[in-house]
Design a protein around this ligand. Structure first.
Ligand SMILES: [Zn+2]
Length: 271
């Protein structure tokens, strides 16, 4: 692919352990170490093939399991990826909001200091908690303390509507909150009003197909509040980039969306 843009993918996943969709009861054929090596290789190849500089990654498994099978419930696999990909992976820690508050705080601190995580990922719909519920406060306390942007799934699920983003964002004005998927196709009308309520709400582009919504957001709030994401990595990357190139916004705005906004938020050097 033509290396025209500085690209940061603000929303990526690995799938080591449990997955959202029910799978067969077959045991995985690869060992844990083999799965990690396979994922590291897959990301490395993908970064190089498409000229993507950084990717923000979390593990689906940690969101699906309510009772964790290890201390960090699968975030360990992301920690391995952070180590193996040497600076290109922005680790997004998935906390278990059903654990006691002190333990949540302790584990996030460990994630930041020991493993080098730089952000938080929440999936209120899959994990079954309202985004603005007090059980999530310990997570936001730590996000405020360590300046960790919080990426959350948004959609028509009652647990993660744009209005709940506005509510928690007002509670924690110092924490950047990234609205993954921009309300998808059903709640797109609520995204701009939510962003008007709280300046610390950012949006991430995967899962939303509505060009006019992105254009309006850039016009009203500026491209700095828009982050490019794929929910991948996958080979649709050129189509996702083309979608941004097709927007009726300035070239500089496109550069912010594709990489600069995330680089600023996560404090990443531009190569
Ligand atoms: Zn996600």
């Amino acid at each position: 692919m033509e290396r025209k843009w500085f690209i940061v993918d603000a929303h990526q996943h690995i799938e080591i352990g449990s997955y959202i969709y029910a799978s067969s009861l077959e045991k995985p054929k690869l060992s844990y170490e083999q799965m990690i090596a396979r994922e590291a290789e897959r990301f490395e190849r993908w970064f190089n093939k498409y000229g993507v500089s950084y990717g923000a990654v979390s593990n689906i498994s940690s969101m699906v399991d309510r009772v964790w099978r290890s201390r960090h419930g699968g975030n360990e696999a992301v920690a391995e990826l952070i180590r193996l990909l040497k600076g290109r992976v922005i680790g997004q820690y998935v906390p278990n909001v059903f654990e006691p508050p002190d333990l949540i705080r302790e584990k996030i601190e460990e994630a930041v200091k020991v493993f080098g995580f730089k952000g938080i990922k929440l999936h209120p719909w899959v994990s079954a908690f309202p985004l603005n519920h007090p059980i999530v406060y310990p997570v936001f306390d730590m996000a405020a303390k360590y300046r960790l942007p919080v990426l959350s799934h948004s959609a028509r699920s009652e647990f993660c509507t744009p209005m709940l983003f506005a509510d928690i964002a007002m509670h924690y004005p110092e924490v950047p909150i990234i609205m993954g998927h921009m309300g998808k196709q059903h709640l797109h009308y609520d995204v701009i009003p939510a962003m008007r309520i709280a300046e610390n709400i950012y949006v991430e582009t995967s899962g939303s197909k509505i060009q006019i919504l992105l254009e309006r957001i850039v016009k009203e709030f500026g491209a700095e509040r828009v982050l490019f994401g794929t929910d991948g990595p996958h080979d649709l990357l050129p189509a996702y980039v083309a979608r941004i190139e097709d927007l009726d916004v300035g070239e500089e705005d496109k550069a912010w969306i594709l990489g600069k906004s995330a680089a600023k938020l996560f404090n990443l050097p531009e190569p």
